[in-house]
Design a protein. Structure first.
Length: 588
């Protein structure tokens, strides 16, 4: 539809804002015009009053307003060209506008309706309230505005509307395209005095001349609107330091496997560096990395649901993460009962790392990453110690009982989803070994007290050794140096000629590793005790084996001879006493 033949009633402009409005008449006599709708719109906009401020003076919607918007944000690269008598005349443009229908009359009608509703409510309330009623006044003091808050306010719609309303309209007289005044204004697009301009020879190359006509846009990039704080492209992300990249990624994804995190890093990024950075902003849960609570809830922030401070939210979220280190499933009601937080906050914690299942609870959203646990045992051990510290804090804060701390027993159907591997078994074995050691030491002390009257002292090589009577079992386990070749320390037979054990042939590398482990054990024992019998050394070695994980190299079979040779080569010497007790002393 063209508007060349439509009467133009008024025109106005705001030069600084480059905003134009034009009022055009509507043909109310057209068969396509609904007169009843036009009267209803005029009544809604102006009401029953008829004054100068009325939008429709004829009580009928007989005009419409066209308002302008900027078609281009940067017009420095555009010009109006006019070809006349073999010459091209270029005129720079300062703005390009596009006119579209405006519906501000609907806003005015809505404002009128709200005013009438407010007037009716005020009339009803004035009848109910007395004249002497005292109204409570709330006084609020505004906080000083930060720079970030100021930027948000300047970019807000309300601020822009207020800024546009400050500039007053300049009323114009509209002239048609074929009007003589319009033709006169178009003459200004031609160079008026071509002879007075300086004529210079064009010495530029075509590419340089094109560069002058179309310079690269620099301002256009600076004028782009600021993107939201939570939106960042991968190209922009990789310009940041590696630690900031990982922190931003973890803050957005919340939970991620290490393999996927390495896929988001730039080519050539070392996994050791990524592991060092990820441990600063995330914790290991079921082989996957979960962002730390203090990253999600920084200091001086609060819950949008309950207003709880960030410190309390971090404790509650840490409890949820710790629960997932114990089991695949977590029940929201149980978490809420322990943390004393509202259901919305607890649900937000669980949404970060779990998926709800009907009649089961919340399941951790990622499967157990067994590959990462096997490839990085040092990181797993460090994270395990860190979780023990967090567990101690949670027990103190939430008064957790031992029943609530221990993981739940899983049935056969849920066995494949067991989170805690052999670490629990090892810990239980260590506790049991300590209990056995304490019991054996107590029994030994009791035997020493019983035989204190019958014992005597033997002095050998300036070392005082207390002789102890042996039971039948100790005399069977303990032998002299000549009978040590076929003895067993850990009950596994080893044929030293064939170099084989119950686990198969022992390679040279495995033998070196076994010798190293034995040397470390002997060194640690003789740092604490200076004189030991062979039976006591074997007993301590068996306790040491009980604390090792299954499949350790020392389980390949250690004979009495190997243990004795390790003791002698580590700097200790053998002491022969009158009774059949083989003792060792560390050399000074």
């Amino acid at each position: 539809m063209t508007y060349d033949g439509v009467p133009h009633l008024a025109a106005r402009i705001k030069p600084k804002q480059q905003k134009v409005e034009i009022d055009m008449a509507i043909n109310t006599m057209s068969p396509n015009y609904c007169r009843s709708k036009g009267e209803q719109i005029a009544l809604n906009v102006d009401g029953t009053s008829n004054d100068e401020t009325s939008t429709y003076s004829t009580k009928l919607m007989d005009k419409q307003t066209f308002s302008s918007i900027q078609a281009a944000s940067n017009t420095n690269r555009y010009a109006a060209a006019l070809y006349r008598k073999g010459e091209i005349h270029l005129t720079p443009l300062y703005g390009i506008l596009q006119l579209r229908p405006s519906f501000t009359y609907l806003d005015k009608a809505d404002t009128k309706f709200k005013e009438r509703e407010a007037a009716n409510d005020a009339g009803d309330s004035s009848q109910d309230e007395g004249e002497d009623d005292v109204k409570q006044v709330t006084v609020r003091f505004s906080r000083p505005e930060s720079e970030q808050a100021k930027q948000r306010r300047v970019q807000s719609y309300e601020f822009l509307q207020k800024k546009q309303a400050e500039e007053s309209w300049v009323h114009l007289h509209y002239c048609g395209v074929k009007d003589s005044r319009s033709e006169h204004e178009r003459q200004y697009l031609l160079c008026q005095n071509p002879g007075m301009t300086e004529n210079t020879e064009l010495i530029k190359s075509p590419s340089e001349y094109l560069q002058m006509l179309m310079p690269p846009s620099v301002e256009e990039e600076t004028e782009k609107p600021v993107a939201p704080s939570n939106v960042l492209s991968m190209a922009q992300l990789r310009t940041l330091p590696l630690a900031d990249q990982i922190k931003i990624l973890m803050k957005n994804v919340k939970v991620i496997p290490f393999a996927n995190l390495m896929g988001l890093m730039a080519a050539g990024t070392e996994s050791i560096t990524v592991l060092r950075c990820i441990q600063q902003v995330a914790l290991l849960v079921q082989g996957n990395w979960v962002v730390k609570s203090d990253v999600v809830y920084p200091k001086e922030s609060s819950s949008p649901h309950s207003g709880v401070p960030a410190e309390v939210l971090c404790r509650g979220r840490d409890y949820v993460m710790w629960k997932f280190t114990q089991d695949r499933w977590v029940v929201r009601k149980e978490v809420a009962a322990v943390t004393k937080l509202c259901q919305e906050d607890v649900k937000e914690f669980l949404d970060h790392m779990a998926i709800p299942r009907i009649n089961k609870g919340w399941e951790f959203m990622l499967p157990y990453d067994e590959d990462f646990m096997k490839k990085h045992p040092d990181v797993v051990q460090r994270q395990t110690m860190l979780w023990k510290g967090i567990q101690a804090k949670l027990e103190k804060v939430f008064n957790l009982s031992k029943e609530g701390v221990m993981p739940k027993k899983t049935d056969a159907s849920s066995a494949p989803y067991t989170v805690i591997s052999g670490d629990q078994v090892v810990n239980m074995a260590r506790v049991k070994a300590k209990e056995n050691q304490a019991r054996l030491e107590k029994d030994l002390q009791r035997k020493r007290e019983q035989t204190k009257q019958t014992s005597h002292v033997a002095v050998v090589a300036d070392v005082h050794i207390k002789e102890e009577p042996m039971s039948d079992e100790e005399s069977m386990d303990t032998s002299t140096y000549d009978n040590l070749n076929n003895g067993l320390v850990n009950g596994v037979h080893t044929d030293e000629n064939s170099h084989e054990s119950v686990n198969g042939p022992v390679s040279k590398g495995d033998k070196d590793l076994i010798a190293k482990e034995l040397n470390e054990f002997v060194a640690s024992i003789f740092k604490k005790q200076y004189v030991l019998t062979m039976s006591e050394l074997k007993r301590l070695f068996n306790l040491h084996l009980a604390s090792l994980p299954p499949g350790h190299t020392l389980f390949s079979g250690i004979s009495d001879k190997m243990l004795q040779e390790t003791v002698l080569t580590s700097g200790c010497k053998q002491i022969m006493v009158p009774v059949s007790i083989l003792s060792f002393q560390r050399k000074p």
